[in-house]
Write a protein that binds this ligand. Structure first.
Ligand code: B12
Ligand code: SF4
Length: 475
């Protein structure tokens, strides 16, 4: 049987890796995980384990790829030990050429990893040639074999439940109390600032993009998790959980009856109506995440193509409040073309609709996104090198728009401005100051508060995760 070790620097259980692991373990392959942001211990552990394959999950402009290359370089492949290096995740999906041209990489996996990796492990196990596997670009000496993309997994229920044991030694011994789960993949909308819209276009002709597990599959998985880990909250990480009324109806009825643990999910303001809210409330939802993005409709709809009006947001907020469902809005600051007044409009709209919580990030024009191309085309931003990005969208912006420093500062003080309207006068003055550690600390505390109050992450976990991932923030 083949052996594979995933390496990751971000301290968080990744559902994508757990899913690939389950698919491989179901065939008897050995899968392990190393999670450590320090390169040397990862290299040492890999040398000890000597797997056939070393796999990395990489997001774009996140620092993941540079870290993976450092680890591979540290391995110093030799004739005695030379594992296959596979890079998967959004990075090789969007930029395969860039990934595979690095001589340290043997294989770039484009898109969903379960089927190509299963095929790869089968070939390794049986000593067969693996250069022709769909979904993989394979380095063969100086040549690169660019196979066509693999089809999307049509029936998500054909996958085994994700392998949560993969993180046993890191998380599930003292798990957070809340557990992430996926009920489906894909989203039918095409907001310009979201990778979902880019990836949907890339998958054209390869099968249905928006897919849900059957309700029974999800309920069975939830029951299994409930029995093994006794979580106090489930968090559905689907791009868009509320997307299909018939599915939601069946899910809510069965969830209430058989699972009965509070849960949080994602929705769009135009998909919450009386009926959906009633179903969710009855099932035990305690929170819904809704994208507000910007308080300026022109920015939200003409530029970002969110296609949600202020009225949609107001109506949704009213319905959710009526049904006693708390909601968090997702907001962005620092969008090119946005003024400080626009950003205050975002804060005011949140107050007006009485958002229970506000999540806010700094707008980053990530490479490949439709919005990035539009902004570049309009000359509103220069072209960026991936390496110029911060590894988090909670810190700074590479966009040199006139009021960007104030907007970055306002991002840090967003929660204060939202919660305490009387401070607006003072905050308008404060944001003119240079960025400083006090603003950063205020942001971190407000973020921790959101994680604890809305996402129900335990204080102990947020402290540990915050500490482990802090280096991304202050690198
Ligand atoms: C959960 C989540 C997180 C988690 C886990 C992140 C992760 N690396 O998976 C946390 C909270 C840590 C997180 C942080 C961030 N996130 Co996030 N996150 C998500 C979210 C909501 C779900 C991810 C998920 O589980 N998807 C489902 C699984 C099945 O898909 P998958 O992860 O893509 O994995 C499949 C394939 O990609 C492939 N694959 C993946 N890894 C590998 C590895 C190998 C070896 C192989 C062969 C295949 C393979 O196979 C998997 C199974 O089919 C997505 C949105 C979304 N729904 O996808 C955003 C998303 C991934 N996040 C995003 C962003 C921007 C971030 C941050 C940069 C935000 C920040 N803090 O500044 C950080 C980056 C941290 C990091 N370096 O990982 C963007 C990605 C943009 C980008 N730059 O690439 C997304 C797409 C949101 C969006 N719509 O734009 N995030
Ligand atoms: S609705 Fe949400 S997940 Fe779907 S494209 Fe828009 S931002 Fe992305």
């Amino acid at each position: 049987m083949a052996s594979l070790v995933f390496c990751q620097r971000v301290h968080y259980p990744l559902l994508g890796l757990m899913s690939i692991s389950a698919a491989l373990k179901a065939e008897g392959h050995r899968v392990e995980l190393i999670m450590n942001r320090r390169v040397d211990p990862v290299v040492e552990e890999l040398k000890r384990l000597e797997p056939d394959i070393v796999g990395f999950s990489t997001l774009i402009a996140s620092g993941d790829m540079a870290w993976a290359l450092e680890v591979i370089a540290g391995l110093e492949k030799s004739p005695d030990y030379s594992p296959l290096v596979v890079i998967g995740g959004l990075y090789p999906t969007v930029f395969p050429e860039e990934v595979i041209t690095s001589e340290l990489v043997d294989i770039a996996c484009l898109g969903e990893g379960e089927l190509p990796m299963r095929e790869l492990c089968r070939c390794i196990d049986q000593g067969k040639d693996f250069k022709g596997i769909k979904g993989l670009w394979v380095r063969d000496g100086n040549e690169i074999v660019k196979n066509p993309p693999a089809d999307l997994i049509a029936d998500l229920d054909s996958l085994p439940f994700v392998d949560r044991d993969l993180y046993q030694k890191y998380f599930y011994r003292n798990h957070h109390g809340s557990i992430d789960i996926l009920a489906g993949r894909g989203c039918p909308f095409r907001c310009r600032f979201c990778y979902n819209s880019l990836v949907a276009g890339m998958y054209k002709g390869q099968g249905k993009f928006v897919r849900k597990h059957s309700v029974d599959y999800v309920i069975d998985e939830l029951l299994r998790i409930k029995e093994r880990y006794s979580p106090h909250l489930f968090r559905f990480m689907d791009e868009l959980f509320v997307v299909n009324r018939a599915w939601l109806k069946e899910f809510c009825a069965k969830y209430r009856e058989r699972v009965g643990i509070p849960f949080i999910c994602t929705a769009r303001a135009d998909l919450i109506d009386e009926e959906n809210a009633r179903l969710l409330a009855a099932a035990g939802v305690i929170g819904v995440c809704v994208g507000l993005e910007s308080g300026n409709e022109r920015i939200r709809n003409d530029l970002l193509k969110k296609r949600i009006s202020d009225d949609d947001l107001k109506k949704t907020a009213e319905i959710l409040h009526t049904h006693g469902i708390k909601f968090v809005t997702m907001n962005m600051l620092g969008i090119p073309g946005e003024s400080v007044e626009d950003a205050f409009a975002t804060i005011r709209l949140n107050r007006e609709i009485e958002s229970d919580y506000v999540w806010h990030s700094v707008f980053l024009p990530y490479p490949g996104l439709p919005i990035t191309e539009v902004l570049e085309g309009k000359g509103l931003i220069p072209s960026f090198d991936h390496e110029n990005f911060d590894t988090t969208y909670f810190k700074d912006s590479p966009v040199g728009t006139p009021e960007i420093n104030e907007l970055i500062n306002l991002h840090k003080l967003f929660f204060l401005a939202f919660k305490f309207p009387r401070l607006e006068f003072l905050i308008r003055k404060l944001i003119k100051l240079p960025s400083n550690i006090i603003f950063e600390l205020i942001f971190m505390l407000s973020y921790a508060w959101l994680e604890i109050r809305f996402f129900k992450v335990k204080l102990r976990s947020i402290a540990r995760l915050g500490f482990m991932n802090l280096r991304d923030y202050y690198r």
